[in-house]
Design a binder for this molecule. Structure first.
Ligand SMILES: NC(=O)c1ccc[n+]([C@@H]2O[C@H](COP(=O)([O-])OP(=O)(O)OC[C@H]3O[C@@H](n4cnc5c(N)ncnc54)[C@H](OP(=O)(O)O)[C@@H]3O)[C@@H](O)[C@H]2O)c1
Length: 223
């Protein structure tokens, strides 16, 4: 059975991607820090499908935790794909952002994605094959008012992804970036940046579009 690993799978887009990709994988591995939310995603997946679903709690900011998880995952599962979806955002004028908020965005969105990608590429190289999808954002395509550091973090992930597309060229390990606009998820619960979430797309619609366009291209635009 081949498995897909999805970070940030306890809510929002990660949960919706888990549901979508269960059409192609019969083993789904859900990663996040909150076990209760991961279990909720697992329960939803098991309601409708014949699947094996596993949950692992990891803080992706911690390289040691990520590497330990990765070694254990590849011992227990035939992991064929990784979706780096976990991410955080803090918004407002650049002068309003605290050091903690800046660090949380860079440590999660940038370093977390790099740690996981690095660990998985090591294992995929041993197997000779593997697939990575980085969930970025339209914030990785253009600057936005009151989103400066979040945008900086997503431009970083875009640069990282585009470089690895070139670095992995000629191997059977593929990497792609997905760029989507605003979605109605818990992402916006702890800030006032989006006043009316109801005008945003649902994560299910975006997950379906990503899944449909995930055909080997290196850039998935799902606005
Ligand atoms: N919502 C939007 O409008 C929007 C638009 C474009 C792109 N995106 C991107 O889409 C991705 C998913 O966001 P979402 O909208 O679905 O928001 P969300 O519901 O808040 O999901 C983010 C997930 O990331 C996980 N996470 C955060 N920090 C983590 C850490 N240190 N270690 C492990 N997991 C961590 C959270 O789980 P735990 O708290 O359990 O760890 C959570 O499940 C993010 O990369 C975001 O930047 C969102």
């Amino acid at each position: 059975m081949s498995a897909i690993v999805i970070t940030g799978a306890g809510s929002g887009l990660g949960r919706a991607l888990a549901l979508q990709y269960s059409n192609s994988f019969n083993e789904i591995i859900l990663i996040g820090r909150n076990q209760e939310r991961l279990q909720q995603t697992k329960d939803i997946l098991l309601q409708s499908q014949e699947l094996e679903v596993f949950t692992y709690t990891v803080n992706i900011q911690n390289q040691h935790e990520v590497e330990t998880l990765c070694t254990s995952l590849f011992t227990k599962h035939d992991a064929a794909a990784l979706i780096n979806n976990a991410g955080v955002g803090h918004f407002g004028p650049v002068t309003s952002l605290s050091a903690e908020e800046i660090s949380e965005m860079l440590d999660t969105n940038v370093k977390g994605t790099i740690f996981l990608t690095q660990a998985f590429i090591k294992e995929f190289t041993k197997k000779g094959t593997g697939k990575i999808l980085n969930i970025i954002s339209t914030a990785g395509l253009r600057g936005k008012v009151n989103e400066s550091v979040y945008v900086a973090s997503k431009f970083a992930v875009r640069g990282f992804t585009e470089s690895l597309v070139k670095e992995l060229d000629g191997t059977d390990i593929s990497i792609a970036g997905a760029y989507m606009g605003g979605m109605d998820t818990p992402f916006w619960d702890n800030n006032e940046h989006i006043k009316d979430k109801t005008r945003l797309k649902s994560p299910a619609v975006i997950a379906e579009k990503i899944y449909r366009l995930d055909d080997g291209r290196t850039e998935i635009i799902a606005e």
